[in-house]
Design a protein. Structure first.
Length: 332
């Protein structure tokens, strides 16, 4: 019989490690970032490092992370509130309003509402495609979760409402890429695969690449099941660094825990810490593994589920949410 003081093996050791590293949602949540406001009222974020005075290396680069503010959609806001910037063709919103919102975003970023934008039909994969301006005229978007181009005067767009958008630019070759990284895409290494594709298609070198990670659901709010952790552990040696145990921050629940006891078996009750995944850090690690320097990676910040006044969040709204765009392009 094993001595009780022995170090427990396997999953028990893993659970104890995370229990000692637990935190509350309030401790992990960060402040809402401050958006820029365009002349047409559209509010958007930009990567902190990319907002500095433009150098010759990046004067050609267009990019932005949209918020929910500044559009004409009425599907997801109260009657007495101004319109919102839903950029996805959702079943709740009017198509003509989404088209107008996309024109407003293009105008805010480029100065022209007619600037072509290429989006995708996303399905949580690691499929990355090369696109050109002709793709902007397609009636049906191509199916993928990442896209790249070296053609000028077109914006590449990724849709999100909690998943992590990642933008990458090659300063030497003037090529750009955008990736949609939910947990499945991240587990399938979409960012690493995408940068590998950039090296193949454009001759990109990691030392010439810069990246920006946009706003998505934060580790404070992104609770997942054991199957997600198992998937990441099968793929990444650093998986343990991506998960946290997050305790309930409800002061009533903490003060009177007996009020919330249930008859469920241990491990099946919502009481107690939950397992949370840090998708931002997961994708930052993939950028590092792809050869980018830490100083070349910028993070926009902001949890979409915490700051629903600024962002659409599929999780926080229980599915009733618009979509945001993260866009990048080459300016001539």
């Amino acid at each position: 019989m094993r001595n009780r003081r022995d170090t427990p093996p396997g999953i028990t050791r893993r659970l104890l490690k995370h229990r000692s590293d637990s935190a509350t949602k309030a401790e992990l949540a960060g402040p809402a970032p401050t958006p820029q406001v365009a002349a047409n009222g559209v509010e958007f974020l930009q990567a902190p490092a990319w907002k500095k005075p433009r150098s010759r290396e990046t004067s050609w680069l267009l990019h932005a992370f949209s918020t929910r503010r500044g559009g004409v959609s009425r599907a997801y806001c109260a009657e007495d509130e101004p319109g919102e910037l839903n950029l996805g063709f959702t079943k709740e919103d009017r198509r003509e309003d989404v088209v107008q919102n996309r024109r407003l975003l293009a105008e805010a970023i480029t100065g022209s509402p007619d600037f072509p934008v290429i989006s995708l039909r996303q399905f949580h994969s690691n499929l990355v495609i090369v696109v050109g301006r002709s793709d902007a005229a397609r009636q049906t978007p191509r199916k993928a979760d990442g896209l790249m181009t070296a053609e000028p005067n077109v914006l590449l767009a990724i849709q999100t409402a909690d998943c992590i958008p990642v933008l990458v630019a090659d300063r030497r070759q003037r090529a750009v890429a955008a990736f949609h990284a939910g947990w499945r895409g991240t587990a399938n290494r979409i960012v690493e695969c995408g940068i590998g594709r950039m090296r193949m298609e454009f001759g990109s070198r990691p030392e010439d690449l810069i990246a920006a990670i946009g706003s998505g659901v934060g580790v404070c709010c992104y609770s997942v099941g054991e199957e997600v952790r198992s998937t990441f552990e099968s793929q990444f040696g650093y998986a343990a660094d991506l998960f946290r145990e997050v305790s309930d921050s409800d002061p009533i629940r903490r003060k009177y825990p007996m009020l919330f006891l249930t008859q469920r078996a241990p491990g099946h009750s919502p009481i107690g810490p939950s397992l949370h995944l840090d998708l931002v850090e997961a994708n930052r690690r993939q950028l590092l593994d792809a050869g980018l320097k830490a100083s070349a990676i910028s993070v926009a910040g902001g949890c979409t589920a915490c700051h629903t006044e600024l962002f659409f969040s599929y999780r926080a709204s229980r599915g009733h949410a618009g979509r945001m765009f993260s866009v990048i392009g080459v300016r001539t």
